[in-house]
Write a protein that binds this ligand. Structure first.
Ligand code: IMP
Ligand code: MG
Length: 210
């Protein structure tokens, strides 16, 4: 079900002729996402049983913000969270592996279990070349794990060890639940695939999503 609010959001991308050049097709519903996030939270709760050992979730801005917000509320043990921002200068920079940490953590990670929370693992270059994992280890984190909501293994260029994975998906460009297309669609409660509309197709039919 697409709500009226979501229809309004989806219509933002329409141009003057009433065509967005793409449409959004539901890939994972709100219910599917919530069920899976709850399972991930339960697994994390089980895997860090010693409440005396601090657990810090580190969300990668901006895409992982909504996932982290839901995940943290499914963890039944003491937990802290923080965010980092990692630069990405588009495709060219990604291929050259030039990524930097733009916003670092506010507090020390020493002797804390750290879990990096990412929206989607694609090529793997962001996590690999930001040296985020290495820098957390160098700063004496007790352990460093990776939790991704979506994994696109077909696109991987460098190996990244994933400890918690929400869904494995095909090589499709997705939006919603924090993920964007030109900064739009982050607030959708579902995850949808961006499907280009060919010139001979009828213009965007958001109503067809119901
Ligand atoms: P990687 O360095 O290729 O693994 O890139 C991962 C980052 O690229 C994710 O955290 C997202 O910010 C972005 N990204 C990759 N695929 C998608 C997608 O399908 N939709 C939206 N953002 C994506
Ligand atoms: Mg991201």
């Amino acid at each position: 079900m697409t709500t009226d609010n979501e229809k309004a959001v989806l219509s933002v991308a329409l141009d003057e002729e009433g065509s967005a050049g793409h449409r959004i097709e539901v890939m994972l519903t709100e219910a599917q996402i919530q069920t899976r996030v709850k399972m991930l939270g339960e697994a994390i709760t089980r895997d860090y049983p010693n409440f005396a050992e601090p657990l810090l979730l580190v969300g990668v801005l901006k895409g992982a913000a909504l996932f982290l917000a839901d995940l943290v509320r499914c963890i039944d043990r003491p937990v802290e969270y923080d965010f980092v921002a990692i630069s990405s200068y588009g495709a060219a920079t990604h291929t050259s592996g030039e990524v930097r940490i733009l916003k670092d953590l506010d507090a020390s990670v020493a002797d804390k279990h750290v879990l990096i929370v990412e929206d989607i693992l694609d090529t793997g270059l962001t996590l690999r070349f930001s040296y985020l994992l290495e820098s957390l280890r160098a700063r004496q984190a007790k352990s460093v794990g990776v939790c991704v909501l979506l994994d696109k293994p077909a696109r991987r260029r460098v190996e990244v060890k994933v400890d918690y994975r929400g869904f494995e998906i095909e090589d499709k460009f997705v939006v919603g639940y924090g993920m964007d297309y030109h900064e739009q669609y982050r607030q959708l409660r579902f995850i949808g695939e961006v499907v280009p509309i060919k010139p001979d197709e009828p213009s965007a039919e958001w109503a067809a999503m119901d």
